[in-house]
Design a protein around this ligand. Structure first.
Ligand SMILES: Cc1cc2nc3c(=O)[nH]c(=O)nc-3n(C[C@H](O)[C@H](O)[C@H](O)COP(=O)(O)OP(=O)(O)OC[C@H]3O[C@@H](n4cnc5c(N)ncnc54)[C@H](O)[C@@H]3O)c2cc1C
Length: 615
């Protein structure tokens, strides 16, 4: 190794990191601070009138609604795109958000049918029911207008419903030490192993937040730190990521039921325990440690309250505006986008384009192939995969939660047996015909209306249930080119078999619903493709495998691309989930504004807390 011995390399790297960090944190930015003052706006009464809500959420695209002199265009109105747009708006930028669906919100949109309203992709969120830094950030982009209802202390329940065996239920309680002490009572002989598992979660927690460093350091430095092993001195996230959830948990205990309970929530990121790295488990545990919450008034409150913040700076959020191309000038720099409206296409100009429509959409569809394929992200994307497709079943019940005796605010994770990794992988590897005859091994069941204290104002005497499970895209791919709602009897028949099977399995856990089922709507991976713009019906963007969270892939999945003027936001930057996409939105705004807005946020968070104390 000559003069470049390990200590010398370490010194060079550390000096490099320090210089970069000092430059990053002290550099003079060309943009204004988006988070100047703590939010003190009183919460206004909720807008219930649907026409008034639609006037905000469903502003259809037309050329004359496009503001002049745009600073940026955001593709996709999920929380990733909207948060970036709102931060930029608060820094004084005029931003246009374009959404292909007929209303804004992405996974945070809701739909109303037969007088039932359903959330599409929000069941519970951590760190919102108290003044965490995430909550301060979210308050900033909604002017503090979204309120949160805490779920029960037992926010999740793990249920094993095996044929011919009694159902076994295990609560997952928030609050420091609660879940582990419950488990110790239920598995007394496993006390030491339970301690080991929770100690490990604590140990890795610190490394999780530091893992983000690879997204802000120059790539050459990341490569250097990674290949020399020096990255491990900064964060142990990547070392732990080399081990799967399954590997770590199997190393802790031989009790299969306990192993499954430790990994039960892999459905929150969609990647089974043998394919996901152990840090994914620790991220979720940290996220929900202090409890979970639900947006009062339903998920559409999110976009409904962000849009005015974007509009206050002269921006707009327009729907029915499918972006078909990112336009480049002769030097290869971004100059705008092409939008399809009906049979017409329109060019909209802006110096920056932020794609929050997912990386595969961006690189496979929106960019010219020669540009996309010569980008540094291309080889990484070829090695990664689309996350799993999913089926959602929306059930309307014709009576109140009290009548059903389902007054809890929690979610059920129902498995048809032990070894949930094997059960899931076996199921996903079946052909469609085989799957039609099989039990669905994993069901997430939630009663969204019971979590919303405002529900009765609009839908008194009704209850909603949502069931979500994984479903491979290829099972229904045959109908991908058919028009939505017009896919024919065979498709409808197959969809019904899967959906009704899920409902029947849910009835076995919640028998009181059986005689009150008034409405069933089944969303398949093709529905996700149509309404969420998900190319293979995935619900969480890129698959959350160990490969995706390797140091190099994680570094390359950064907001600033090597195409001048093109930035990426949303769940493909940090991780899926409302919070994952929200933080992806902040990283993206930082890059696009060339300003460390995290510093601005930390500062306003501190001042807000001091203000609350003094009041
Ligand atoms: C069924 C389900 C349940 C979930 N449950 C939870 C939960 O309980 N808690 C939680 O934290 N997370 C949950 N999630 C995950 C979470 O909702 C997402 O990870 C997050 O909201 C993704 O945000 P995003 O902005 O990155 O993407 P999205 O919300 O998917 O937004 C992307 C947007 O881009 C649009 N788009 C795509 N292509 C184009 C184009 N060419 N032109 C214009 N627009 C385009 C799409 O229509 C979409 O609106 C769930 C998701 C689903 C689907």
């Amino acid at each position: 190794m000559g003069i470049f011995s390990l200590p010398v390399l370490a010194l060079i790297a550390i000096v490099g990191v320090v210089i970069k960090a000092v430059l990053y944190f002290t550099a003079k930015s060309p943009s204004k601070n988006p988070f100047k003052e703590p939010i003190q706006t009183p919460v206004k009464p909720k807008v219930i009138d649907q026409k008034t809500r639609d006037a905000v959420l469903k502003q259809g695209f037309s050329k004359d609604k496009v503001p002049a002199d745009l600073d940026a265009i955001v593709v996709g109105s999920g929380i990733g795109g909207m948060s970036t747009a709102a931060i930029m708006a608060k820094a004084g930028k005029r931003v246009l958000v374009l959404e292909q669906h007929d209303q804004a919100g992405g996974c945070c949109h809701t739909f109303i049918d037969k007088n039932y309203e359903f959330d599409v992709g929000i069941h519970y969120i951590g760190e919102m029911q108290y003044q965490s830094i995430s909550k301060t950030y979210f308050d900033q982009i909604t002017d503090g207008q979204v309120e949160w209802e805490p779920l029960d202390e037992t926010y999740d329940e793990v249920i094993f419903a095996e044929r011919e065996k009694p159902v076994r239920k295990y609560p997952v309680r928030s609050g420091k030490g609660n879940w582990s002490s419950d488990l110790k009572k239920l598995f007394p002989s496993e006390e030491a192993n339970i301690d080991k598992f929770f100690a490990l979660l604590e140990e890795i927690r610190g490394g999780n937040s530091k893992s983000i460093i690879v997204k802000v350091l120059p790539l050459w430095l990341v490569s250097f730190l990674n290949t020399t092993g020096l990255l491990s001195y900064i964060t142990d996230f990547y070392d732990w990521n080399a081990k799967s959830c399954k590997e770590v948990v199997y190393g802790i205990t031989e009790n299969q039921e306990l192993r499954d309970i430790f990994c039960y929530c892999f459905g929150d990121f969609g990647t089974p325990p043998s394919k996901a790295g152990f840090p994914m488990q620790t991220l979720l545990h940290t996220h929900f440690q202090k409890g979970a919450a639900y947006p009062i008034g339903g998920a559409s409150e999110i976009a409904f309250n962000i849009i005015p913040v974007i509009e206050a700076a002269g921006g707009k959020v327009l729907v029915r505006a499918e972006v078909t191309q990112i336009l480049l000038d002769h030097k290869g720099a971004v100059r705008g986008v092409q939008v399809k409206k009906g049979k017409e296409t329109y060019d909209v100009q802006a110096p920056l384009v932020i794609s929050a429509a997912g990386l595969y959409n961006t690189y496979d569809r929106l960019l010219p192939l020669n540009i996309a394929s010569s980008s540094r992200i291309w080889p990484v994307l070829q090695d990664l995969e689309h996350g799993p497709g999913a089926m959602s079943v929306f059930v309307g019940l014709d009576c109140s939660a009290e009548e059903l005796d389902i007054i809890h605010k929690k979610n059920a994770w129902v498995f048809t047996g032990n070894d949930i990794d094997k059960l899931t992988l076996n199921y996903l590897s079946l052909t469609r015909e085989e799957a039609l005859d099989a039990d669905i091994p994993l069901l997430f069941i939630s009663f969204p209306s019971t979590k919303d204290p405002e529900w009765d104002k609009k839908y008194k005497g009704k209850t909603t249930m949502a069931i979500v499970t994984l479903m491979p895209y290829h099972w229904l791919e045959h109908w991908k080119d058919e028009r939505v709602m017009k896919r024919g009897d065979e498709y409808e028949g197959i969809k019904k078999i899967f959906g009704h099977k899920a409902v029947e399995q849910a009835c076995q856990i919640f028998p009181s619903i059986r005689d009150h089922i008034d409405y069933v709507n089944i969303g398949t991976p093709l529905s996700n493709q149509h309404y969420l713009g998900a190319p293979r019906g995935e619900i969480y963007g890129l698959d959350h495998t160990r490969e995706r969270f390797s140091a190099w892939a994680n570094a390359v999945l950064r907001p600033k691309t090597d195409i001048p003027g093109l930035f990426i936001s949303g769940q493909d930057i940090c991780s899926c989930g409302f919070s994952g996409a929200l933080w992806g939105g902040l990283l993206c705004a930082s890059a696009a504004l060339e300003r460390n807005v995290f510093n601005d946020l930390a500062d306003v968070h501190k001042r807000g807390k001091a203000l609350k104390k003094s009041n």
